[in-house]
Ligand binder design. Sequence first.
Ligand SMILES: [Ca+2]
Ligand SMILES: [Ca+2]
Ligand SMILES: [Ca+2]
Length: 431
Amino acid sequence: MKNAMKNATKFILVPTFSCFMVGNALATDFRATQGDGICPSGYVLATPSDARANPKQACQTLGKWYIARLAGGGSMDGRGYQCQIRDKDDRDLDHSLCKKADSTVSQDNKCYWTDWQSKRKLETQLACKKGTSMRAIAFKHKVHENGTHQESYRLSCCRDSITARCDGLGWQSKSALDTKQEAQAVMTGIAFKHKMHENGTHQESFRTTFCEPRAAKTLTNCQWTKPVSRPELEKTFSCDSKKQRINGINFSHNTHENATSQERVSLQCCDYKSSIKELVINGSFEKPKLGSGSKSFKSIPGWTAKQGDIEIQHGVAGTPQHRKQLVELDAHNSSAIYQNIKTQAGKAYRLIFYFSARPGTTAGDNKLQVSWGNRVIDTIDAGAGGKNTVWKKYTYAVGACRDKTQLAFKDVGQSNSLGSYIDHVSVKLIK
Ligand SMILES: [Ca+2]
Ligand SMILES: [Ca+2]
Ligand SMILES: [Ca+2]
């Protein structure tokens, strides 16, 4: 059974100590949004020049500790970081600065398509811009009246934490192109070369570009997709999951007995993990692993009970948000749990977790208090439980003033052994 999940995100800027204060102000033409390169309909990313033309207004639109995406891969800081504007910023960002679109402005979102290019033009590099990686390739085939035909290609490129460390592989023949897997690198471009020999045969060559993400071991579980034929290629061809990256392309060519030939293409797709380090240990409460049922602990990997017990559940009542287990913050009585997160003074972090009522409980059973650095930053209600869990995502920007910051969750509902589920807790550095 699939768990119901609300996409609603609660975003709060949290003043943690006196060094992290909250501020918000609205401007007329700009709008700040959550997510890298994401603008609401009718809005496009503001460019660095838009921001420079109106720096005060742009900066006021941003939360104090935002680092927001600008068009063309740039970024702008909130006033906590002195409203700095950059033309290039290769980091993954949490926010975007958008402006109301007029009809002449094209959408510059997180992903873009390159122009269609003919095979001839492709003899130069067809690659994604720096800081982006290839997510999809599209092919177009046109037969002209004189019997000749033309192939065109374009790439969809998306922003990633790809650094400038990119290497091109040499030209390879079609048969050799069974692209080798470049460990820890993401394929960002492909180029084609076409040569007609004097004897009438012709030869195609390919080369690919790989870029190295910031952290090692970001690509795992690489698999080739099923080869697809020409008609299918005329559609966009990408990896199945948005979480995957293309790491190779392979062309195979079959000549049939009747002299016709058929090309098939497959992509190598790998799971891609963000290179920004997760700071929470056992944030999904998968350890210790329970076969099924529930069990109470005083401590588990990463977490310690402050009050009551830590009750881990596997398939007791309702689907977890992530993987197989969740924690119920009312073991036998209301529980409080904490973890000391390794932080750096003066840095901002993003805290994310999911909160759900326990199915079949009353609203009074599902009240949660969240603390960061020994201060309560929020008290939230999940309402009454339905048939299954309804996970809501909570996102906070929090600051650290020490090298360790305590993250704590406490059930503040009725203490009766039921209620207040959390799962998939994450803390990552924003800057
Ligand atoms: Ca879990
Ligand atoms: Ca319980
Ligand atoms: Ca309760």
